[in-house]
Design a protein around this ligand. Structure first.
Ligand code: FRU
Length: 505
């Protein structure tokens, strides 16, 4: 290489220019009117659930249910994207394709540090995917659990020749979520634990394994809570307290489709304990709640193998099976929520899961907010608002995309609900789409609101993140006029901040 400074400078410029060109090319594919700017979506085609969320050697991996051939569900394969900061994702080629009549349904990825599976190169660690294989012909439907492994940081995958590793010969048995329980095993040296759904029986089964290949049933959880639809996408997560000092709890999260709180698909959670064999739900107030009180957050799962001390992190599919296939986006259909860090709070109102969106790295221009402010922003943008805790009538904020179209987010201390109304937001999509979603409001928690407004979604976190409400919207324009309102006609007392957000593309 030359050490002539002029030469080096021109080479650096050339490389930088090429980088900018690539970035520009990437952005061009991601600039349609409804294209999410701070949420992951595949460049083209259909996605549903996130799969195999895992951190490995400096990269976060997002696999996802993907149809490589179209923008409706089918040919289910695992798509793949990587990120170093959980926000800027780079889509890679399909990781695990449909093969010989086997679709690749939802599952998880673990890092097999000790090569317990024997699937890694001798003496090394590798990534192992545990997924549901799905086969259907005239005679039967079959779902069972299978392995694939990657020895090159997720770039290429090989199906294990001993598949399936867990087969009950059932038509509905899916969505394995696997983690390493370091205290497990008779010798306390650790073992793998799998939570997997028996959807029609409204049960989550827990299995254990020393090597990811042989699985032994430990226990069953459910039916419990809401059971009017299939149980899918279970996840058993260890969650720390928000305030230092308290003990960790275990949270069992279960997808439900249909029959969720807001109709269609949605997710409930249970707070309890895990004794190494069995999950026991607690009896305290708040031990059963909804992971999301909006319509559009489904099959969220947590990341495996996060760096020591990191809070668990959840990321879900931002859609609803009621109308997922009708969303007016092209050439892609489906997007993911922003990742959320999980903790729990225990206060006068009981126990609650707390979700804190990961977004701050995208913050750009900043301004303070007071109730009289005239705020106009182009999505994506973010607001953190604190309303008067003594308010007596309903109040909140309206996001107008033109004079006739708006999304309203509000607190009603009289009826004790927190709500989001997208009935007049824009495109109606389907009969089940234009709705108002609500969540119980607690008098014992503050009236704060954290909003992430993207080109086709509003994610709201209220009452210190104990209420998450995610809804898709298809507004008339990304240009948004923000108006504060109160039912009694006065402007509500509010203080806060607003940031424009930088596009991830
Ligand atoms: C949930 C789900 C899963 C299944 C996958 C198939 O959205 O039905 O239970 O594994 O989607 O795409």
């Amino acid at each position: 290489m030359s050490d002539d400074p002029a030469m080096i400078r021109s080479m650096v410029l050339l490389v930088a220019g090429f980088g900018a060109l690539l970035a520009g090319a990437q952005r061009a594919g991601y600039d349609q009117p409804y294209r999410p700017q701070v949420h992951f979506s595949p460049r083209e085609n259909w996605t549903n659930d996130p799969n195999g969320l895992v951190y490995f050697r400096g990269e976060y991996h997002l696999f996802f249910q993907y149809n490589p051939f179209g923008d409706v569900w089918g040919h289910m394969s695992w798509g793949h994207a990587v990120s170093t900061d959980l926000l800027h994702w780079r889509e890679l080629p399909v990781a695990i394709p449909e093969k010989a009549g086997e679709m690749v349904f939802t599952g998880s990825v673990v890092v097999d540090h000790a090569n317990s599976s024997g699937l890694c190169a001798a003496g090394t660690e590798c990534m192992v995917a545990v997924y549901t294989g799905y086969r259907k012909d005239e005679k039967r439907t079959l779902q069972n659990q299978n392995l694939a492994y990657s020895r090159d940081a997720g770039r290429t995958w090989t199906r294990y020749e001993g598949n399936p590793v867990l087969d009950l010969h059932m038509s509905d048995f899916r969505d394995p979520s696997v983690f390493w329980d370091e205290k497990g095993g008779s010798d306390k040296k650790g073992h793998w634990v799998m939570a997997v759904a028996l959807p029609l029986e409204h049960k989550v089964r827990l299995y254990r394994s020393p090597d990811l290949k042989q699985w032994t049933q430990m226990s069953e959880f459910g039916p419990m809570g809401a059971v009017s639809g299939d149980w899918e996408c279970p996840d058993l997560v260890r969650v720390p307290p928000e305030k230092k000092g308290g003990a960790e709890v275990w949270v069992m999260k279960v997808g439900l489709n249909p029959g969720a709180l807001q109709g269609g698909s949605g997710e409930q959670y249970f707070v309890g304990s895990f004794d190494g064999t069995r999950f026991n739900v607690g009896t305290e107030s708040g031990a059963h709640g909804w992971t999301n009180y909006g319509k559009d957050d489904y099959c969220a799962i947590s990341f495996n193998n996060l760096p020591a001390g990191a809070k668990p992190m959840l990321l879900g599919w931002m859609s609803n099976w009621q109308y997922a296939a009708k969303l007016p986006t092209s050439p892609w259909r489906g997007q993911m929520s922003v990742p959320r860090r999980l903790s729990y709070v225990r206060d006068a109102a009981g126990v609650a899961l707390r979700q804190e969106p990961v977004i701050a790295q995208l913050r750009g221009a900043h301004a303070g907010v007071v109730s009289a402010a005239e705020i106009v922003r182009e999505a994506p943008f973010e607001m953190v608002l604190h309303f008067d805790p003594k308010a007596q009538t309903a109040f909140g904020v309206k996001l107008y995309s033109d004079e006739e179209h708006w999304t309203e987010i509000g607190f009603d201390p009289v009826t004790r609900v927190f709500y989001m109304d997208r009935m007049h937001a824009g495109e109606a999509v389907a009969p089940e789409f234009p709705v108002k979603t609500d969540a119980p409001l607690s008098k014992d928690r503050l009236y704060d609101l954290h909003l992430i407004v993207d080109r086709s979604s509003v994610e709201a976190f209220a009452q210190d993140g104990t209420i998450a409400m995610t809804n898709l919207v298809f507004p008339r324009s990304p240009r948004t006029r923000v108006v504060f309102f109160a039912r009694d006609g006065e402007k509500p007392a509010v203080k806060g901040e607003v940031w424009t957000l930088r596009s991830i593309w």
